[in-house]
Ligand binder design. Structure first.
Ligand code: NAP
Length: 483
């Protein structure tokens, strides 16, 4: 087998086994505002996939031999380097993802913290003793367990957080002593490759981190089915999640999938605050966030003032070029996606919903849109929109609002705005989701909290400590001590 070309510059190459490797076919990456090609990246073929798996196996052997302190230091160095290059990374995210500069900068800040949390957690990987002598016949036994890294982790990531969602897989994997093969989104692979340079400079063993670019259906599929991959950690759509689950066989699979997040605003809520947080949660990054607010259920006596406040805030959002500091809402990832949002809003309008503001498309831009009425029979009420529109629906009984929130196939996060403590707890008990956010939007996420969904929003949990649990297995030791 001829060995692939190794070039000098890290640009336009894949990162495999600690080297920058070229390939045959190229994938063009565009700036999502200008539509200009900003880079061409080689895509992996089967030979490079095999090479990456072999490298990751060697990388795993090296990673698991490192002390907790050394793994922690590597993660600290990655966080430190990201801090130094924060502006450059943010500009890169703005270009390849079309993410407004302020949100790109926030993503970099969060990623630094994700790596720092991982550096801290690397030092806390431990087990417990087990009182085996509590069982009759085991009086002379002593037991303990410890956590061990699972092996080669395949990370497959979506376009919308090209840095922090990689950090959420790489950080815990390194903390646990695993190696990683990353298959980033074909729409936003540049940030991941830039991160690989920092991982290399931080002193990670060769093969500990490998980045392969290529179509999810082919390159992703080969990797998911590969027998030497121990675990697939996937973030993306529910449809792709199902395909991965089917192909992965007996491998461990962590699925972080979509949602159509809802919030309940009751009659005791601080309406100014609720409207402010709902506007932020619905329209940040044009609603292309898995926990983006899509449905609001508001108690009918406060529906009118709430909608007025929400519409005023929505109209004040600045739509425009993502690299400008003042821009709140940029383009969607593609014109095709903006057309889909247009179609779903038209469907809701035809079903009787009223467009309170927005509702127009220009190219890949879609105006932040507020719809009023009942979306129960439209895709905007039942599916994941992943776009800048939110529905507001009045309710008369709290129980009916809970039922409406729970009525879809998703269950990632939901929120309630209320001053009534009992109701806040009722929401916590009754909402079928991975997190209930009380008095903030369902788009709230801190990077150390357990994060993940129920129903078709996925299985397993990320959030550094919880992802480490997923990426390790418990091994029990039982000692016979006759004396
Ligand atoms: P996507 O289309 O599901 O793609 C995600 C990743 O999967 C990409 O790298 C894609 O590669 C790859 N892929 C596609 N088909 C595959 C297959 N058959 N086998 C293996 N990999 C495959 O999602 P997206 O459009 O990038 O992102 C949006 C979705 O992600 C939304 O549903 C959103 O809710 C979800 N999301 C969830 C979370 C969470 O934490 N729960 C966070 C962010 C986003 P290509 O790019 O080459 O197609």
């Amino acid at each position: 087998m001829e060995s692939p070309t190794v070039r000098e510059s890290p640009e336009e190459k894949l990162f495999i086994g600690g080297a920058w490797v070229s390939g045959g076919n190229f994938l063009e990456v565009t700036d999502k505002f200008t539509n200009r090609t900003i880079a061409a990246i080689p895509t992996a073929d089967l030979e490079l996939v095999e090479m990456a798996v072999r490298s990751a196996e060697a990388g795993f052997a090296a990673m698991k031999a490192l002390s907790a302190l050394k793994r922690s230091e590597i993660l600290e160095k990655i966080a430190g380097a990201l801090r130094e290059l924060a502006d450059e990374f943010a500009a890169g995210i703005t270009a390849e993802a079309g993410k407004p500069a302020k949100f790109a900068r926030q993503e970099v800040e969060r990623s630094i913290q994700t790596f720092k949390f991982a550096a801290e957690e690397a030092k806390r990987l431990h087990g417990e003793t087990v009182p085996l002598d509590a069982q009759g016949g085991s009086e002379k036994k002593f037991g303990f367990y410890h956590r061990f890294p699972i092996g080669v982790v395949l990370a497959i990531t979506p376009f919308n957080f090209p840095l922090n969602l990689v950090a959420h897989k790489l950080g815990p994997a390194f903390a646990a002593g695993c190696s990683v093969i990353l298959k980033p989104s074909s729409l936003t692979p540049l940030t991941a490759l830039k991160l690989a340079k920092l991982v290399e400079e931080a002193g990670a063993p060769a093969g500990a981190f490998n980045v392969l670019v290529g179509s999810g259906g082919t390159v992703g599929g080969w990797l998911v089915a590969h027998p030497k991959v121990a675990m697939v950690a996937f973030t993306g759509s529910a449809e792709v999640g199902k395909q991965i689950r089917e192909k992965a066989g007996l491998k461990k699979v962590l699925l972080e999938l979509g949602n159509n997040s809802a919030a309940i605003v009751d009659e005791t809520a601080d309406l100014d605050w609720a409207a402010q947080r709902c506007a932020a949660g619905a329209f940040a990054y044009s609603g292309q966030v898995c926990i983006s607010l899509q449905r609001i259920y508001v108690e009918k006596s406060v529906a009118k003032p709430f909608v007025e406040k929400l519409v005023n805030l929505t109209k004040n959002l600045k739509v425009g070029e993502p690299k400008l500091g003042a821009t709140d809402v940029g383009p969607l990832i593609s014109e095709t996606e903006a057309r889909r949002v247009e179609e779903w809003v038209a469907e809701a309008k035809a079903a009787g919903m009223e467009i309170k503001c927005g509702g127009r498309r220009k190219g890949a831009f879609y105006e932040p849109t507020v719809l009023y009425g009942d979306p129960a029979n439209c895709r905007i009420g039942t599916e994941e929109l992943f776009g800048p529109a939110v529905t507001v629906t009045p309710y008369d009984k709290f129980e009916k609002a809970v039922e409406a929130v729970n009525s879809t196939r998703y269950g990632l996060q939901a929120a309630i705005f209320t001053k009534n403590l009992n109701r806040a707890f009722a929401a916590f008990r009754e909402l079928e989701v991975g997190s209930v956010i009380i008095n903030d939007s369902p788009a709230y996420r801190a990077d150390m909290m357990p994060y993940g969904g129920v129903k078709e929003s996925g299985s397993g949990r990320e959030g550094v400590r919880f992802a480490i649990e997923e990426m390790t297995y418990l091994k029990m030791a039982a000692l016979h001590l006759p004396e």
